[in-house]
Design a protein around this ligand. Sequence first.
Ligand code: MD3
Ligand code: FE
Length: 220
Amino acid sequence: MAAARQAELFADPPPALPDGVSLFHGRIGPRESREILDAMLGVFAAAPPYRLKIKTGAYVINRMTNCGAWGWHSDTHGYRYIDAHPERGTPWPPIPAALESAALSAAAECGAAFAPDACLVNLYGADGRLNLHQDHDEADFTWPIVSFSFGADAVFALGGGKRRDPVVPLTLRHGDVMVLHGAGRMRFHGVKKIVPGTAPFAHPAIPESGRLNLTVRRAK
Ligand code: MD3
Ligand code: FE
């Protein structure tokens, strides 16, 4: 292990996060990571990642796909949850059992009841990013969102309830789990950049020099 990384492990804990934002650093160990990532290869076979379009017809930079009953999709008509892969017309594959149980246990530790029916899968290349946004397409914001990061580090921006509120930078690393619940659920957030070369290992489910993010949620 690099000295800098090792020093970091023994450094003071980072400043407390705001209410409703819980970050479990290194929660998913190597064995569980591989189990989840192997299962994601099955998801990709049934529901190949694709590039979303926005209303203008422009393509979004990251590729994405979904698992669970509902999947988030965007095209020239706008964005919404749909029940089938847009190119294949087949239902989204189920949320892998290992992923769902990890999401349920993290939510339970935050005191949040959870019955997920959707998981957005975001694939970031080395130049991937995600503009500041709010997740507001779900029917009931009292359900939590549980996010899993794999691969290279991401510099994440956590904002407030309004777009203009100040943002706090946070690093999301391989194996980190973030739970957004209660007051945290409607905060603005985005991914400023990926830090290539920081992944602990390569896996075919993780884009080369990039990152895989899974957000387990309840859409309907
Ligand atoms: C804070 N994904 O899929 S995960 C998304 O890293 C999304 O790919 C990012 O934003 C990613 O919508 C961030 C962490 C996350 C997810 C949802 C949140 C943070 C959040 C909802 C509210 C506040
Ligand atoms: Fe989001």
